[in-house]
Write a protein that binds this ligand. Sequence first.
Ligand SMILES: Nc1ncnc2c1ncn2[C@@H]1O[C@H](COP(=O)(O)OP(=O)(O)OP(=O)(O)O)[C@@H](O)[C@H]1O
Ligand SMILES: [Mg+2]
Length: 330
Amino acid sequence: MDGPAIALRSLTKRFKGLVAVDEIDLEIEKGELFGLLGPNGAGKSTIIKMLTTMLKPTSGSAIVWGHDVVGDRDAVRSSVGVVFQDPTVDTMLTARENLDFHGRMYGMDAKRRRQGIEEVLDLVDLSDKADVLVEEFSGGMRRRLEIARGLMHRPHVLFLDEPTLGLDSQTRRHIWQYIREMNLQEEVTVVLTTHYMEEADNLCKRVAIIDNGRIVALNSPENLKDLIGADIINLSVLEGHDDLLQALEPQGWIRSIQTSNGEVQLHVDHAQVRMPEIMTLAYRNGVGIESVSMHEPTLEDVFLKFTGRKIRAEGGAGAAARMGPWRPRR
Ligand SMILES: Nc1ncnc2c1ncn2[C@@H]1O[C@H](COP(=O)(O)OP(=O)(O)OP(=O)(O)O)[C@@H](O)[C@H]1O
Ligand SMILES: [Mg+2]
């Protein structure tokens, strides 16, 4: 197959009044390990559903492995594997039975199914659990089985919608390892969605940050973080919030200042060196500081920069926190 693995032109999905996916243009090359990162409701699953022919686009086009998702559904379906956000393994069957059923659906003959089952179970380290009822599997094992199933019919492109949602961090890391292996060894193009910043950062070679159905940033995690280009200092202010801002404003070495209820965030080169200076400024101006922290840029900071909001607390629920506007200084 010539050309990119995936090519989207103005891809759009409307649900009545709501624009869930808004004129997305995107190309993903063969062999990529690509991430769609965004908060709840950003439109990630809707994109995956359109690319796997489960949902019809409202307008625009999507070509997957050379096939049009509307005009050539069967060819798309046999080229892709998918693990949906909501679990779909049958818990009343064994791992082997689940995979065998999937193989039949894809018209694989008995020999290919037998061979395929062994290979994919081996890939996710579940060979010794082949004949155990899925009912008895842990959440991580079920997810691994679903990934194995997605690979059963040897797809060129594998879509993983939130592959590690709700799993503990150790299990998550194991699954990252399986995803890396199949991307490298099996040469499968992988497109995954996540709202975990560290997942996109650690796993994906390229990331599209999605917000309200649009791509707000697209690059490697490294290059995205370089956009911030400085360390980040968070100051939790007890009193004298405005005085602190006044004292900080004229300091030329501060790249930008952002505030939200009681918190002040500074982007600064060499945060370690500047820290005493900041504390002195606060002290001189009678500002009460409750706590200070600093970190190198994360994809969360990139998301904040482009949207003015946080994705959401890692692992936590709840709405995205509203932050004040971004104020670049140069
Ligand atoms: N079948 C549907 N009918 C109406 N609205 C829908 C439908 N499916 C999704 N939506 C809406 O489209 C928007 C995007 O939803 P989508 O599930 O794609 O987001 P997401 O990025 O996958 O979110 P999450 O991180 O919660 O999985 C949301 O506002 C959602 O409520
Ligand atoms: Mg989703």
